[in-house]
Design a protein around this ligand. Structure first.
Ligand SMILES: [Zn+2]
Length: 405
């Protein structure tokens, strides 16, 4: 009996480590340094203007006053190299109504990407064309009649507090949802899951949803929210769907990156969507461990996963290989349904088998599951995002409920 102990301990360790995968083009996802932005107020009392980055999800690294009404705003990434997702978010306060000119200043080669979203305390608006121009190669935003507090952000601010509030509201309406922390990020923020099941989970196929691996990709998160709300709509279809499938939704994969106002990476300075083979980062490790533990406990298979992101335009990145998955025809049926139901909508699909360790590849190579990177355009109108999110959820439930019968 004594001699068996080390063997059991080894078995225990093995069974708890997530299964590592090999990809054609591996990526080194060992943590690298990031520069932390100073949280502060940039005050210009003579002009009655204060800028601040003192909130979760803010990004403003420096301010230079050019004249009474013009300010140059320095926005820098957490580390380099990094792709051009020049995210910013800050507050401006003034007690008198005044016009301000804000120039966005990024280190080369980075350029302005996101059309400013503005919140004067009564919801978000998109800065209109007449208020944006270019001065000395820098994008300039004209803000008229600034009084009180105005929030200016690359995308609608959605930090960890907003995500928790939304998930808790869903849980309060729906007893199927177990919203909980399954681990911690580098800086100690919770990694959340919404574990959603009804009845007996034994042997039930598992479906996973991820979002916010990349902090500025708020439009993907907005689609995720609309998608989840449709799944949780308590219709007969939704009831049938949850009778047959067990859902694990991860509403904020990269909480440090989101709250630090990062352009792309986590607090380890790493793109978590290149870490789906070795799980060197705490976020991917906690998530994969939780999924694998659930599959073992319920003797279930992972059959499908969607990872919600944003890019320049709407696109679904899919795997070419489908025959080995449980639903070889799912994507064709799903995309046809979207085109049939959304007016003037053409699905933009790009199919290729992942060569780098991204979630879509992990779903296919690790689990033979259908994997999709569900990308929404940065500036896709918000009502369209709502419609695409809802319609894609409804069609997914219809196709998958049908498949099982
Ligand atoms: Zn992304």
């Amino acid at each position: 009996m004594k001699n068996l102990l080390p063997y059991c301990a080894l078995l225990f360790v093995l069974s708890c480590s997530p299964t590592k995968l090999r990809f054609e083009r591996p990526v080194n996802t060992t943590s690298r340094p990031i520069s932390i932005q100073d949280k502060k107020q940039f005050a210009y009392p003579e002009s009655d203007v204060v800028f601040s980055n003192d909130f979760d999800g803010a990004r403003l690294n420096g301010v230079i006053q050019e004249n009474d009404s013009t300010y140059r705003l320095r926005i820098t990434p957490e580390n380099i190299p990094i792709n051009n997702s020049a995210y910013y978010a800050f507050k401006i306060k003034s007690t008198k109504a005044q016009n301000l000119y804000l120039q966005f200043d990024y280190p080369p080669p980075y350029t302005h990407r996101y059309v400013p979203k503005i919140n004067r305390g009564n919801g978000w608006t998109v800065a209109a064309g007449e208020f944006i121009n270019t001065i000395d190669g820098r994008t300039q935003l004209k803000l008229t009649k600034v009084s009180g507090t105005v929030l200016v952000s690359a995308q609608e601010l959605q930090n960890s507090g907003h995500v928790a509030q939304w998930a808790e509201a869903q849980q309060a309406k729906n007893s199927m949802i177990d919203f909980k922390s399954i681990g911690e990020s580098t800086l100690g923020r919770p990694i959340w899951v919404m574990d959603i099941q009804q009845g007996n989970a034994k042997g039930k196929p598992v479906i996973v949803f991820f979002t916010r691996q990349h902090p500025p990709e708020v439009t993907g998160y907005l689609a995720f929210k609309a998608f989840m709300e449709e799944l949780l709509s308590k219709t007969d279809l939704s009831d049938d769907f949850f009778d047959q499938y067990h859902i694990l939704a991860f509403p904020l994969v990269n909480p440090d990156g989101v709250d630090l106002g990062h352009w792309r990476h986590n607090a380890g300075g790493v793109d978590t969507n290149r870490d789906w083979s070795k799980y060197r980062q705490p976020e991917t490790r906690a998530i994969v461990k939780y999924i694998e533990k659930t599959l073992r406990k319920e003797k279930a298979n992972l059959v499908l996963g969607l990872d919600f992101h944003s890019t320049w335009y709407d696109v679904f990145y899919t795997n070419k290989e489908r025959q080995s998955t449980p639903f070889p025809n799912f994507l064709d049926q799903w995309f046809s349904a979207l085109e049939a139901r959304i007016p003037n909508y053409k699905v933009n699909e790009k199919a290729s088998n992942s060569t780098q360790p991204v979630s879509k590849g992990w779903l296919l190579y690790g689990h033979n599951a259908v994997g999709v990177t569900y990308e929404i355009g940065d500036e896709t109108p918000r009502d369209s995002i709502q419609l695409i999110g809802q319609t894609s959820a409804k069609a997914l439930m219809e196709i998958l409920v049908e498949e099982k019968q």
